[in-house]
Ligand binder design. Structure first.
Ligand code: AR6
Length: 167
């Protein structure tokens, strides 16, 4: 059965089948949620990422979760916000959709997403959250998975909850 919910948490603590990382195209780790996931998963995660040879913006790649409670990490590369006229919305939707395709291929039954692109990449939260919720809602209609939007702040949580409560 598909369920969509939003929680406020550090995504590295969630014992889902897969957690999603807000990665960069090099897949070499970074700050924000990427840094937290690499620290919690241990050095094997970087080694696994190196073998993947990068990931284009708007797509995703999958690795084991190593020392994380999650079995897999799905590394999704969102767009840098450049004002909205550079295909950002399609690229953001694309990385959520691709993450869910990879999840389905690996029999993932529960998945948690951070708010991709809304930190250093500067995507306006409300717009990004709308795309996240719409894309995930659409995909879980085809592939049943329990999906958690993992918000880092109470403000983000309020935005996601409002969107999830709307029909
Ligand atoms: N758990 C859940 N969410 C978190 C956590 C955490 N532990 N830490 C931060 N967030 P960002 P981006 C939230 O900047 O904008 C990296 O350097 C954060 O509050 O992590 O997609 C990568 O390597 C925000 O809501 O990702 C890339 O170069 C959300 O996660 C670049 O940043 C995303 O913020 C990607 O930028």
């Amino acid at each position: 059965m598909s369920t969509l919910r939003a929680v406020q948490a550090d995504i590295t603590t969630l014992a889902c089948d897969a957690i999603v990382n807000a990665a960069n195209t090099a897949l070499r780790g970074g700050g924000g949620v990427d840094g937290a996931i690499h620290r919690a998963a241990g050095p094997q995660l970087l080694q696994a990422c190196r073998r993947l040879g990068g990931c284009p913006t708007g797509q995703a790649r999958i690795t084991p979760g190593f020392e994380l409670p999650a079995r897999y990490v799905i590394h999704a590369v969102g767009p840098v916000w450049r004002g909205g006229g550079h295909g950002e919305a399609d690229l953001l939707a694309g990385c959520y959709a691709h993450a869910l395709v990879l999840a389905a291929e690996h029999d993932v039954r529960s998945i948690a997403f951070p708010s991709i692109s809304t930190g250093v990449y500067g995507y306006p939260l409300e717009d990004a959250a709308r795309i996240a919720v719409a894309t995930v809602r659409d995909a879980v209609g085809r592939y049943p998975v329990a999906c958690t939007f993992c918000c880092f702040s109470m403000h983000d949580l309020a935005v996601y909850r409002r969107l999830l409560d709307a029909a």
